[in-house]
Design a protein around this ligand. Structure first.
Ligand code: GLC
Length: 469
């Protein structure tokens, strides 16, 4: 299909199968802010906003990548930290040589190997965050700051390493906030709207960057953030992109008019055309169309925050269970990693990633290439929360609790006589029986130790059972 530069034409775009199949992406926030790596660990986005409001959020912003904005809010703690650590005269831009020096050590193949081991199918890298610093040496350098980019081509090197491991590469670009073009301090949600640069020079600059990123790296997603200047010709950009990258997708944060009334962060940003939505530190309760991608850090921040401890991090159990829940409702998970300036992925983050990877090594069959079933949620033996996914003639039922050995009833399901039930990770099929309340499978006692240690356990039922009316 050849796209024309009109909304009508680009809106005909259909989400490619690979994105439905992929389920797990790794997001990477890496930049100048990874040098100070400091923010108050105030809590999860949607929760803080719901309970305390946007002003409280921006004043004690737990996103370490917002360091430059937080620094300019005198009521917040970042200013004081900055002055006592670096001194009154140390400018944010003074992190440039430090970051450039630190990244000399970085080995992109190590990252790619780790992400592949976890089971990630795609990677999204910040090419430019809100501070405007570029992670690639662009043909369109920042007009206000000299050499405001990395010496190494971090974008290109990671793209190559990721593809060498058979994963796909996608790119994040902050189109809506660039503090080098508009330095409005963001303290309220209204400020966020005012901070979007609208001058013609910026329209040309952001467009040229997206065009260059497409040409050089052919990203499988244009993962734009916050908004895009109102005067930009987006149908032109989108049509060019779809015509160039055959299986490419566009996220929902290219909005050219903010919806200030929206209460959830993600809803402020719904663009006029998109392939998927991007709830942030949030999820949906039901199977939701269009396709969506939940995103969050392992802790409360995307950029590495040295103040975060294990108490701020998701446990492997929480991570696995929320991932299964997301997939059962038509979502992908874009799980963020915040490396240190020199590219080291902090140990606690690696542990979470590896824990998820270990679970997927056994249970990935119930995740990758599946689709939602008729319903996402069910119960087992009355109490245990279950999530459903399907692939071909098989229904996957994942218990979001340690599975007791003995009898497990899958409430309200009806199996045909020739049904086979497998427990993923174990060779034998299970014996089962049908009764009024559902299918009752017998879980062998010798598996009980393994099962009580697993964050979630999956039964594969072939052919798919029916639901009781
Ligand atoms: C945001 C943030 C941010 C982060 C992100 C990821 O809205 O401002 O720092 O990059 O979205 O979803």
């Amino acid at each position: 299909m050849h796209y024309q530069p009109t909304w009508e034409s680009v809106q005909k775009h259909v989400v490619p199968d690979w994105f439905h199949d992929a389920k797990l992406g790794i997001f990477i926030h890496w930049g100048l802010y990874s040098v100070p790596a400091w923010a108050p660990p105030a809590g999860e986005l949607e929760k803080v906003i719901r309970e305390e409001g946007w002003e409280a959020w921006f004043t004690r912003n737990p996103y370490a990548e917002w360091y430059l904005n937080s620094l300019r809010i005198p009521e917040g703690p970042t200013r004081e930290h900055h002055v006592s650590t670096y001194g009154e005269d140390f400018d944010y831009d003074d992190f440039v040589p430090q970051f450039n020096k630190a990244v000399e050590k970085w080995d992109p193949d190590e990252w790619a190997a780790l992400f592949q081991e976890v089971g990630a199918q795609y990677v999204v890298l910040t090419t430019k965050h809100h501070d405007g610093f570029l992670l690639w040496p662009s043909r369109h350098p920042n007009p206000f700051k000299e050499a405001y980019h990395t010496r190494r081509d971090l974008v290109g090197e990671l793209t190559e390493a990721v593809r060498a491991k058979d994963m796909r590469m996608a790119l994040y670009y902050s189109g809506g906030i660039d503090w080098t073009f508009n330095d409005t301090v963001v303290k309220t949600i209204t400020d966020l709207g005012k901070a979007v640069p609208q001058q013609p020079e910026y329209v040309a600059y952001a467009d040229a960057h997206w065009m260059e990123l497409i040409e050089r790296y052919a990203p499988v997603i244009l993962w734009n953030d916050i908004a895009y200047p109102a005067a930009a010709d987006l149908p032109q950009l989108f049509a060019h992109y779809y015509n160039t990258v055959e299986e490419g997708l566009i996220n929902n944060r290219f909005t050219q008019t903010f919806n200030m009334e929206a209460s959830e962060a993600a809803d402020i940003m719904g663009g006029k055309h998109f392939d998927f939505t991007t709830p942030e530190y949030a999820s949906y309760d039901e199977i939701t169309e269009p396709k969506w991608e939940a995103t969050r850090g392992i802790g409360f921040s995307f950029g590495y925050n040295q103040n975060e401890g294990v108490e701020h991090y998701l446990s492997v159990e929480e991570l696995v269970r929320s991932f299964v829940d997301i997939v059962s409702k038509n979502g992908n998970l874009l799980l963020n990693v915040g490396p240190m300036a020199d590219g080291t992925i902090p140990e606690m983050q690696q542990e979470r990633l590896r824990g998820l990877g270990a679970w997927l090594a056994t249970n990935g069959e119930a995740i990758f290439e599946t689709r939602p079933w008729h319903v996402a949620e069910g119960t087992g033996s009355g109490e245990t929360p279950l999530r459903f996914t399907q692939k071909g003639t098989t229904l996957y039922v994942t218990a979001l609790e340690a599975l007791p050995s003995g009898q497990m009833t899958l409430d309200g399901l009806i199996a045909a006589e020739d049904t086979e039930i497998r427990l993923l990770g174990h060779p034998d099929t299970l014996t089962w029986r049908q009764d009024k309340s559902g299918i009752t499978a017998s879980v062998p006692a010798n598996l009980s130790a393994a099962l009580s240690a697993a964050p979630a356990t999956t039964l594969a039922i072939t052919p798919q059972p029916q639901r009781q009316a």
